[in-house]
Design a protein around this ligand. Sequence first.
Ligand code: AMP
Length: 488
Amino acid sequence: MKEQPPTGDAEGFGALGLQPSLVAAVTALGYEEPTPIQREAIPLLLEGRDLVGQAGTGTGKTAAFTLPILDRLARAGSTKTRAARALVLVPTRELAMQVAEATHKYARGSRLTVVPLYGGAPMDQQIRALSRGADIIVATPGRALDHLRRRTLDLGALEVLVLDEADEMLDMGFAEDIDAIVAATPRTRQTALFAATLAPRIAAIAGRHLRNPARVTIAREKLSTGKLPRVRQVAYLVARPHKNAALGRVLDFEGPKSAIVFCRTRIEVDELTEILRAHGYGAQALHGGMVQKQRDRVMQLFRSEKAEILVATDVAARGLDIRHVSHVINYDVPTSPEVYVHRIGRTGRIGGEGVAITLAGPREHRFLRSVEGLTRQKIEILNLPSVDDLRARRLEATREAVRAQLEAGGFEQLRGVVESLVQDFDALDVAAAAIHLVHEASEKGLPQEAIPARAASEAPVEGRQRTFGPRPSGGPRRGQSGPPRPRY
Ligand code: AMP
């Protein structure tokens, strides 16, 4: 079977003007298309423009500024001088680690070197790394200034400066440090600034350090409420390492009849599908890397309700007419409020019964607010269902299952058993004992652990845990009678 051109491809990155090695790098990471901020910012940055971007965590802004930096530096080749060629300033140590790690991933295949500089880490190690020559530095302002004063950091030949999460840097009192750092760089540099909101103080810092910047924002005009489906929207704040356990908990609690779980990358789709299957879910993967025949088969399984969960990328799900989805689950926050609206439009088409659930990182709270601003609808931020909540939900399911059985009949041959028991016991007690047995069985494998909203230390990009909790001994599959059993 000939490979069909996927509906959207990382080729989209090529159309932005990036060189093929970088397009190959993002393809290898499983990206299917540029995010909105990437689509707008990358061509402008490649042109050499200064830029002010309104984009918070989760929008793909790191790649939006890193890919053009890599493109520019790789074209000139690594100079191996001690002077840095690009500097990314970020507010926190965690972000410095994350951005450096992401840059390293995108730079794979080039000879460009990346060095993170942040407080709380040994100075001599950082000095050694700098003396070996670093093309790209990712630093917190305090530590960058420290190195500048010791003359272990040379910004005299800097080509690109990025102020990432500028609003947070200002909140943390870094304004003067930033000014001092900028003063040590050449005027000819290209400068980009990213912030979640473009408040006047951001305009002021942009006015001081940027030249005729292009402006890019991902928050668009408000949507007319008529276009929005009536969907219950909830979000859970979950730290990265607990994402999989949280997804499991949510699925157990909601027991969706048919759900789409949206992921960002092909790799994520494949991994999550495997994990869900290992836990007894009928999960099918759908992404742009699959041939048409596979995609048709998956859609057939999902439409006929033989698979209750479709794990998909946005690109793959685009244009599909799927009518019966009870739950849309965002495994990650979408890359823009518009993408969010598009995703949740897949549920609630019939009778407004849909549920949209978002697993957001603790730092992605603001994204939810900007979605609310766009849709003028509330997203409820809830605590993850506790084990007690699961238990209560399960008891309810048991009750419903018994009720359905009573209505369906077909248990006449068992009346004799009950008759013999009621000779010795009260009839209500007999029924309660029977329900107790069923419920007890459904409780087996209930998770015991609490899932924190914030990890003790938020893991860096690669620190993601890829497994769910212990696997219980197989619960009933869909279509079997009885209440659902937890699968995580
Ligand atoms: P950021 O907003 O830069 O922190 O990026 C958030 C997440 O989105 C990171 O895990 C990136 O790996 C991922 N990401 C960035 N760009 C894309 C893309 N075009 N397609 C899929 N995932 C992406």
